[in-house]
Design a protein around this ligand. Structure first.
Ligand code: ADP
Ligand code: ADP
Ligand code: ZN
Length: 213
């Protein structure tokens, strides 16, 4: 099964993608996580990506597409995957579509996690991320067992640089300008499904599972 998660920054794509990956035993592929791992390791790709990420801008398509196509070509992706944060522009979606068509494959579902802008800024300021394993928490809604510490790997949790309110506003604008058109793109392909992302994360997941099963 090949699934795409769509939705504004902070809508809960990553949270849901991790649960989908676990239930259906497919890899969770997050371009944001790949970039952050590269930044942490000080790679050339990481340094280039950081310039854009810190401003709330998208990393250029050429760079992003290559990373993603390399990742989904790996062995563990042969039975499917859940893409989180890719595609984010129409050109990215077109490249993915073309690559899949050449392999005789296609996206099965594009799940749109719908959360209004008003809720987003609040969610982002409460988000805490583990830069080691990619886990995400929320100080009020989804707290770790011990404050500031990742349940999964014990590393310290951080407020991402790009989750500060000024940057979140830019990211929302970028989302509406560049990513939201993907809703029409996948609607036209007949694979778009929308779920209400404002409810409890377990209820969002239940809605997604009923779509996938
Ligand atoms: P969120 O879903 O919370 O916005 P992500 O972790 O998906 O965060 O992305 C963080 C940042 O990484 C984005 O703001 C952007 O700069 C960059 N990025 C991630 N995925 C892509 C992509 N597909 N195309 C371009 N830039 C991306
Ligand atoms: P995205 O990947 O779309 O950027 P995340 O999955 O990282 O979003 O979620 C953004 C923030 O909101 C995180 O702090 C996360 O713990 C929290 N969150 C996720 N789903 C919900 C939910 N259904 N209700 C409340 N908070 C949520
Ligand atoms: Zn961790």
């Amino acid at each position: 099964m090949k699934i795409i998660m769509l939705g504004a920054p902070g809508a809960g794509k990553g949270t849901q993608a991790k649960m989908i990956a676990e239930k259906y035993q497919i890899p969770h592929v997050s371009t944001g996580d790949i970039f952050r791992a590269n930044i942490k390791n000080g790679t050339e790709l990481g340094m280039e990506a950081k310039k854009y990420m810190d401003q709330g801008l998208l990393v250029p398509d050429e760079l992003t597409v290559k990373i993603l196509l390399d990742r989904v070509a790996q062995e563990d992706c042969k039975n499917g995957y859940v893409l989180d944060g890719f595609p984010r522009t129409i050109p990215q979606a077109e490249v993915l579509d073309k690559a899949l068509t050449e392999l005789g494959e296609k996206i099965d579902y594009a799940i749109n996690v719908d959360v209004p802008d008003e809720n987003i800024v609040k969610r982002m300021s409460g988000r805490r991320a583990c830069l080691s394993c990619g886990a995400t928490y929320h100080i009020e809604h989804i707290p770790p067992r011990q404050e500031g510490v990742c349940d999964g790997c014990g590393q310290s949790l951080v407020l991402r640089d790009d989750d500060k309110p000024e940057t979140v506003q830019n990211r929302l604008k970028v989302y509406h300008d560049q990513t939201q058109p993907l809703i029409d793109f996948y609607t036209a392909k007949g694979v778009l499904r929308t779920v209400d992302g404002t409810v409890d994360m377990k209820d969002v997941f239940e809605a997604i599972v009923s779509i996938l099963s």
